[in-house]
Design a protein around this ligand. Sequence first.
Ligand code: PCA
Length: 332
Amino acid sequence: MPHTRSITKAGFHLAAVAALGLMGLTSASAQTKWEMPTPYGDSNFHTQNIAAFADEVAAKTDGSLTIQIHSAGSLFKHPEIKNAVRKGLAPIGEVLVSRLSNEDAVFGVDSVPFLAPSYDQAWELYQASRSAMEEKLEEQGLQLLFSVPWPPQGIFAKTEISEGSDLKGLKFRAYNAATERMAQLAGAVPTQVEVPDIPTAFSTGRVEAMITSPSTGANSKAWDFLSHYHDTQAWLPKNMVIVSQRAFDRLSEAEQVAVLEAAAAAEQRGWEASKQETAAKTAILQDNGITVVAPSEQLLSDLAVIGETMTAEWKEQAGDAGAAILDAYKNQ
Ligand code: PCA
């Protein structure tokens, strides 16, 4: 028996030496692995775009920088992701830009109803607001890598909504301050629910209507708990990928260039994918039994009134910086 034990010990020792050797090799070639929290599931086009970004970074750096994606809020929940990156708990992450609108109104500009309801307008608004956004992020040691919009936002419900008053009293799922405010102004009762929790929130009756994209509707299998989709095209909220400045500065120059190039490519690819997504996911909703409705004149004009109120409120909150963004947007 002592003999066997000593062989085992020797075996263990060899394995330990081999492991140390591997670790030595790894650090000699300056391997960096970034853990990346994201809020949405693997089947979502934003997550898929980020996966392609990660692949491109690995390819461009010959594997010296790899990015491990933790989707659907599995590493940090959506409300924690920005601070996790700011505090250095994660080097890089994705968030919905307008989740930060309570910090500064500039982050809420893409969710003002009907301010920029098409892809071209959303792009122009992004160009007009990008540097103000970047400045605010910089103050927190964060760098914007790229930003991609969701398809236009429409209303999902269990009946046809033919006018604004049909929303009164409905338990309405919200995903940011703007959707919460919109629900309040419509006389509905908002509840914040993250995307991965949508199916449960509907099936347990916590909520009964929502405004979101055909993407999120289809990814959440809205046909299991809802019947109508109203294509109101109210706004195109964006996600953004942010990196901690400290983590970025620690990369070699070649790695930094690789990240920036892959980010520029991801932004372009993401905007294209979003456009394709709109029709593709609306068709999936329809194929699965959702009635896709063009909004009535009455519904549109009732929502426009809410949009005007929210535009005025946004201008008030955003002050001079907001006025400068709107001027730049209108003068493009
Ligand atoms: N999907 C996300 C944000 C906007 C969208 O289309 C959500 O519903 O939370």
